[in-house]
Each structure stands twice: as structure tokens, then as C-alpha cells.
Design a protein around this ligand. Structure first.
Ligand code: FE2
Length: 307
């Protein structure tokens, strides 16, 4: 039985102030593979991603343009479009190629005003190790050599509605939430949600609509996180927090900024999620420990800097 509906976060399309600086960061430090470049725009993929791209960077400002989620079957597009409309969202059909190398699909404006593209196909270009007797990683990775994109954390005024939107329209379920209290009708301060078995594919934090908190790349383990930190020191990358561990998701992490000021994360660990796993609730008294398990306190930047 194949996965149905959304399989994963497929791409993050973000703005950067200077494409040359961005190429140094995403290409040379993070080691993403450039797959296409046009005036003012570049497409990247991680070494373990077979689809054409997972990151699109566009020169001119800062912040998120859109997120793409890939579904397993073209028929999913119709059902997600109908659910989005029933939820009250503005939707429009997108044609094949409208987003480079991406199939037809549906574009949805989420209640938070974020633009979400749901698509079923992207030109597959494969990986350097291939699929026949593959080596375990490509020999000549650059910098961090990030294998793949993992998740994004976006910001919304009404987190309860966004939790319901991702559940009812896109079929996600919540693995963890920060709630104002354990009361059944409590407000959500943040929610971590997955479409499959990863600990989260998307998270939503309370704040101004339409903003990006960060997007994250999946690394193998703690050692890879530490090595990424060393490379950030070599390349003078602005580090926000870490290396540390999250209480929420149990993930191992460093937060850092791209040259435009968009926050990135390298992320490893976490647990395997299942839809019947009870949702974890965190209350504000333990928020420091939830976000940064070892230091147990938030820095001001974490809650105020969004792009
Ligand atoms: Fe994250």
C-alpha cells in the first residue's frame, strides 16, 4: 500500500538579498548541488534527493515565497483542492512547468497567508551515487554536504486554525504542541506536524502571519551536526543557537542564518512518528526546555527574528 496524500516537504522557495552571497552559503558551506540557474534565481538539491530541486532562491528581499508539498498520486490534487475550498481557502490550479520542472497541481493560500503548492511530479534527475550498487555517500561532497531538506517552521497568528488546516486539508497529524494550558480548549502557541513517519514536516509558531522562522536540512547524526558547526566557524556563518538538542522532537540542532538573514537549521535525530502516537503537549513553563533541552532557555532572537 503506497503512501497516500502528501509524502513530504518538496521545496522551499525563499528570497535572498544577494544571490552571490547566497550561492556561497547554500552551495559552498551547505554543499547543496546547483541544478539550474537563471537571472536572479537558483535551484538546489541535496545529494540524497532525486527530484530536480528542494530549494529555490530568488534575489530581491528576504523571507518565504512559497512551500511545495509533493503528493503520491495525481488524484490527490483534486481531493486536496476540494478540501482547501471547503476550508475556505483561496486556491488556483497551476499548470505543468509553471514552476520549473514541477507538474501541474494546486496552489493554496493558507489561513496564515503562506502560499502552498501541492504537486504530484517533479523531473527526477537522480543522485550521484545512483540506484545500482550505490555507495553510501558521494565521494566529493562540498562543506556540510547536506543530504536533503527536512522541514520548515512558519509563523501564524492563529496556530489552532493552521493545525486544523494541515490536518483537514493536507492530512498531517500533530506530533507535539505547545499549548497555553492542558485544558481541552487551550490555544496552541506552536504545533509540530507530519504527513508520514518523520517527527515533523512542518511546524507553525504563533506570530505575524506569512513569516518564516526557519527551514531545516536533515543530517545523519550528532557528529554531522558538530562538523556542520565547525564548518560554520570556518566560513564565518552567523550561528543563532547550538549545537544543542530540542526537547520537542528530540532533534539535534544548530540554528544559523543565511547571508540575507533567513534562519536555517541543520537537524538530526528525532523519533519515528505514527498517527496513533499520542500527541505530546508542552506548557509555557517548560518552553525553554522544550525548545533547547540542554540550556533550558530561549534567546530573544529565537522568538523575535523572523523573515
Ligand atoms: Fe526546525
Amino acid at each position: 500500500m503506497p503512501l497516500q496524500g502528501v509524502m513530504r516537504l518538496g521545496y522551499v522557495h525563499a528570497r535572498v538579498t544577494d544571490l552571490t552571497d547566497a550561492k556561497s552559503h547554500y552551495g559552498n558551506t551547505l554543499g547543496l548541488y546547483p541544478t539550474y540557474e537563471e537571472t536572479g534565481k537558483i535551484y538546489y538539491k541535496g545529494w540524497d534527493e532525486w527530484d530536480h530541486h528542494s530549494v529555490v532562491l530568488e534575489e530581491g528581499g528576504v523571507g518565504l515565497i512559497k512551500l511545495g508539498f509533493k503528493v503520491s498520486d495525481p488524484a490527490d490534487i483534486d481531493s486536496i483542492e476540494a478540501k482547501a475550498q471547503a476550508f475556505g481557502c483561496v486556491t488556483e490550479r497551476m499548470s505543468a512547468g509553471e514552476t520549473r520542472e514541477v507538474s501541474d497541481g494546486v496552489r493554496i493560500v493558507a489561513p496564515s497567508t503562506h502560499v502552498i503548492e501541492v504537486y504530484h511530479g517533479m523531473t527526477a534527475i537522480g543522485t550521484e551515487v545512483g540506484t545500482h550498487n550505490p555507495d553510501v555517500f558521494p565521494r566529493h561532497l562540498i562543506g556540510v554536504g547536506a543530504p536533503r531538506i527536512d522541514h520548515a517552521l512558519i509563523v501564524a497568528e492563529d496556530v489552532n486554525t493552521m493545525d486544523r488546516f494541515f490536518h483537514e486539508v493536507l492530512g498531517f497529524y500533530a506530533t507535539e504542541r505547545v499549548v497555553t494550558s492542558l485544558d481541552e480548549n487551550a490555544d496552541y502557541i506552536a504545533t509540530w506536524m507530519t504527513a508520514g513517519n518523520s517527527v515533523h514536516d512542518i511546524a507553525v509558531l504563533n506570530g505575524p502571519n506569512g513569516k518564516l522562522h526557519h527551514f531545516a536540512f536533515r543530517l545523519g547524526d550528532w557528529n554531522d551536526i558538530l562538523k556542520a558547526g565547525q564548518l560554520f566557524a570556518m566560513d564565518d556563518v552567523s550561528v543563532d543557537v547550538g549545537p544543542t538538542q530540542h526537547g520537542i522532537t528530540r532533534g539535534e540542532t544548530i540554528y544559523f542564518f543565511d547571508p540575507a538573514g533567513n534562519r536555517n537549521e541543520v537537524f538530526a535525530g528525532g523519533y519515528t512518528a505514527y498517527p496513533d502516537r499520542p500527541t505530546v503537549s508542552w506548557t509555557p513553563d517548560a518552553l525553554g526546555k522544550g525548545i533547547f533541552y540542554i540550556q533550558r532557555e530561549l534567546n530573544d532572537r529565537f522568538t523575535t527574528v523572523m523573515t
